[in-house]
Design a binder for this molecule. Structure first.
Ligand code: SAM
Length: 230
């Protein structure tokens, strides 16, 4: 309980049986209770404010870093989602196709989800964990989580040998290296679909769309046949 004299100068000294003069001489200065709780409240606000600012900075850093780091890699492949026309064109190229599908650098999962809706067991490999978690959520929300799977992986460390349909929306700087990788890994019956940027040496078997929505389909069978003949 706080006494009636609380907050008045000398009241603590008196409560302890000391005169204010004795307290001053002993060097024991005690803050009045109201002042003490006021400064405590102030320091609590200080802690809360620092915590909120610190938390916000950590969150911004954690969310932004995976989107910025692709720009710092040897091959800069940023997140640019496929347009709906581009997706339509990819789906066109999948008509009469069967087997599994992979999207290399799957972004927010839109190609994989569209393919899963067409009945393909579809997989996406993506470096950015936020995009992978978001893709999983989207697949679940759209009811295709059973056939649309997403993995946090570097595309250069994954083998695509097991896939019959490969989709990539890359950048020109990576297409030559990817062309070589896929040529070594894919089975004869596989089809590769490139969005927006074609492969530099392969000849496409089919093309759909125009401008930024263009997609090119390459059948490994015909590519290898042509190579043998020449
Ligand atoms: C142009 S976006 C295409 C996204 C998606 N395929 C689409 O069509 O909407 C390329 C994606 O590749 C991802 N990426 C970049 N480097 C990668 C790497 N080394 N391994 C896997 N994914 C990568 C990026 O984070 C980005 O989401």
């Amino acid at each position: 309980m706080v006494g009636p004299t609380s907050g008045l100068p000398g009241s603590f000294a008196m409560e302890r049986g000391e005169t204010p003069e004795e307290e001053r001489q002993s060097g024991r200065h005690v803050l009045p209770t109201s002042l003490e709780s006021h400064s405590l409240k102030k320091s609590n606000w200080g802690f809360l404010f620092t915590g909120i600012i610190g938390g916000a900075l950590v969150t911004v850093y954690a969310v932004a870093t995976p989107f910025i780091t692709p720009a710092l890699r040897k091959v800069c492949l940023p997140f640019v989602p496929a347009t709906s026309k581009q997706i339509e064109n990819v789906v066109k190229m999948l008509q009469h196709r069967r087997g599994s599908l992979v999207d290399i650098g799957s972004g927010d999962g839109r190609i994989v989800i569209a393919a899963a809706k067409e009945g393909f067991p579809a997989v996406g490999y993506e470096l950015n964990p936020w995009l992978v978690w978001y893709s999983r959520y989207r697949a679940w929300r759209e009811g295709v989580h059973g056939s649309a799977k997403f993995y946090i992986s570097d595309l250069w460390k994954v083998t695509f040998a097991q896939y019959s349909n490969v989709v990539v929306f890359g950048v020109p700087q990576m297409m030559l290296q990817l062309e070589r990788k896929l040529e070594l890994e894919l089975e004869d019956g596989a089809r590769v679909i490139a969005c927006r940027f074609p492969f530099p040496h392969w000849t496409p078997d089919h093309t759909a769309g125009e401008g930024i929505d263009t997609v090119w389909a390459y059948d490994l069978n015909s590519f290898r046949g042509r190579k043998k003949r020449s």
